[in-house]
Write a protein that binds this ligand. Structure first.
Ligand code: ATP
Length: 530
């Protein structure tokens, strides 16, 4: 029976990625290790570009976000407070016949051991009852390996942001609303890694925790909370409550994906239903991408209330509330009924959080009262909106989206199909190929190397003098290089002075060629690739 087209496409993608050095199986010479992938020369550049663009978009282009780079191994108490030790698990079942181990909801399909991009049906043997399997990798810190030295490889980058919230707040001189961003490795011992790099055991995340005022505080200061509204809500305003901020970040993230070449039509927003939401989340939107194996999550954007900071405050004993002078002043001027109503709402939310977290009702009532009394002093625990993206899933989405095949028939009537990776110039691993028309003409080579050195400080350049010019263009097309610069006899002035010191710039997607003076080359290519 013919394979579905999606599998064929995935197989082509996997094979191209290996052949061209985007992605290799980790430890391949020893037979590989399931759920781990390495990025080759082109993949490493692509990944670097994606992370740099995210960082620039989220941190450098804004006044209200600061960066963090925390360790992978942290105090295990962080993972107790976050809930990962108790609840970060998937239901796992064993097959009594084939001895395979599967996620209960995925037992009908597993990745083929020979071709990880292909899903095969699992045997129909008798299965055990599902049991919880914690996804965190454990290790030991220090020379003694016992329960007291257990530590975890972080399963997400977010928790370090919460744990360092106070330090960043103080040292960055930010004020709520503001965000803390982090890019880095995360590890999850996925029961069944699948769909190539989509579900890996070691991967990278790009996470932002954007801290906002609780709605009661916005209302106390501004007199109202702006309704959620439709579409991108525009520049942030001081009367935004969590719903507007959440919408804002969903729209910002989609804009980001569009800006690096994922068309809006390949993306979908999925709003989690109340039954799917984590108990502390007010809303979560998954941004989905149409992968060849199905439409699946690229990023999640969750409105997580004040759950995370509250948990760390409770478990560490270190206060996470912030002081806000504006709130203290505004509170004094509120009319008594409004003050009472806001106090009550804040109190009830805190009481709800505390009792759900296991604090007994009497103690919870006293703590919630203290918290609500804090409003009059200008104190509150910030809420958070969390856009959390996976680098590797985005790389896979960009590769799948860029992949295209063209069939060309040569003069002898021979038809060849070749791949063009149509990456957006912003993410393309190599921005410019520099090619001397012939490799055995020292003047051409010398000039081409001078052009390469001129561009190199600004752009990723690949110098290639091997094979016919057509072959070299094809090689760069397959790597996704958006521009090739060819140095020819015109450049040397051999065809007349007017073309001296000009080069041919060829565009990957149209194959159009234009003549450009070398003096204008760098500025032109920088503009086209930024
Ligand atoms: P899924 O439901 O697909 O397992 P998740 O909802 O558990 O994902 P989050 O915990 O929200 O994922 O993590 C945020 C992002 O990190 C995801 O949107 C995804 O891009 C990335 N991510 C999570 N798990 C993996 C993984 N095993 N491999 C690659 N990327 C991952």
């Amino acid at each position: 029976m013919a394979e579905p087209r999606s599998n064929e496409l995935m197989e082509k993608i996997v094979s191209l990625c290996k052949r061209r050095g985007f992605i290799y199986q980790s430890s391949e010479i020893y037979g590989g290790i399931n759920g781990f992938w390495d990025y080759g020369p082109l993949g490493a550049e692509l990944k670097r570009n994606v992370k740099d663009l995210w960082w620039r978009h989220i941190v450098h282009h804004r006044d209200d976000v600061a960066g963090l780079e925390a360790t992978i191994i942290m105090s295990p108490r962080i993972w107790e407070a976050s809930g990962h030790v108790d609840t970060f698990s998937d239901p796992m079942i064993d097959c009594k016949t084939c001895k395979g181990r599967f996620r209960a909801d995925q037992a009908n399909e597993i990745p083929c051991p020979q071709k990880p991009s292909k899903m095969v049906s699992e045997c129909h043997g008798e299965k055990t009852e599902p049991r919880a399997f914690n996804l965190m990798f454990t290790t030991h810190v220090g020379p003694v390996q016992d329960d007291s030295s257990v530590a975890y490889l972080r399963p997400e980058t977010a928790q370090a942001i919460f744990a360092q919230f106070k330090n960043v707040l103080e040292t960055s001189r930010q004020k709520v609303p503001f965000g803390i961003a982090q890019v880095g490795k995360a590890f999850r011992n996925e029961v069944t890694p699948r769909n190539y790099t989509f579900r890996s055991r070691e991967f990278e995340q790009m996470e932002l925790e954007y801290f906002i005022k609780p709605d009661e505080v916005v209302e106390a200061i501004q007199g109202r909370v702006a309704p959620a509204g439709d579409g991108h809500p525009g520049e942030p305003q001081s009367d935004w409550g969590w719903q507007r901020w959440h919408k804002y970040w969903v729209e910002e993230r989609i804009r980001f994906y569009e800006s690096i070449g994922l068309p809006r039509t390949t993306l979908e927003e999925y709003w989690q239903t109340p039954e799917e939401l984590a108990h502390y989340a007010r809303a979560t939107v998954d941004i989905l991408f149409q992968f060849p194996f199905g439409t699946q999550e690229l990023e999640g954007i969750a409105a997580r209330s004040d759950f995370d900071l509250s948990q760390h405050a409770r478990c560490s004993g270190k206060p996470m509330a912030v002081f806000d002078e504006e709130l203290r002043t505004a509170w004094k001027d509120l009319e008594e009924p409004r003050r009472q109503a806001l106090w009550q709402r804040y109190h009830d939310a805190r009481y709800g959080y505390l009792t759900r977290s296991g604090v007994d009702p009497e103690a919870a009532a006293a703590m919630a009262k203290d918290d609500a009394d804090g409003l009059a002093k200008g104190n509150y625990v910030p809420h958070v909106i969390e856009p959390s993206a996976g680098v590797d899933r985005l790389i896979l989405a960009l590769i799948a989206n860029a992949f295209s095949e063209v069939s060309e028939t040569d003069a002898k009537g021979k038809t060849e199909t070749r791949v063009i990776m149509r990456f957006h110039p912003r993410v393309a691993p190599i921005k410019v190929g520099v090619l001397p028309l012939l490799r055995n003409k020292p003047e051409l080579v010398q000039k081409a190397k001078a052009v390469r050195d001129l561009l190199r400080p600004h752009l990723t350049v690949f110098y290639d003098d091997g094979g016919s010019i057509g072959r070299r263009y094809a090689r760069q097309d397959e790597a996704g290089t958006p521009f090739c610069v060819t140095v020819d006899f015109e450049t040397l002035g051999e065809k007349g002075p007017e073309l001296a010191d000009t080069v041919t710039v060829r565009e990957r997607d149209t194959a159009a060629q234009t003549r450009v003076p070398i003096a204008e080359l760098a500025a032109m290519l920088i503009a086209k690739t930024r």
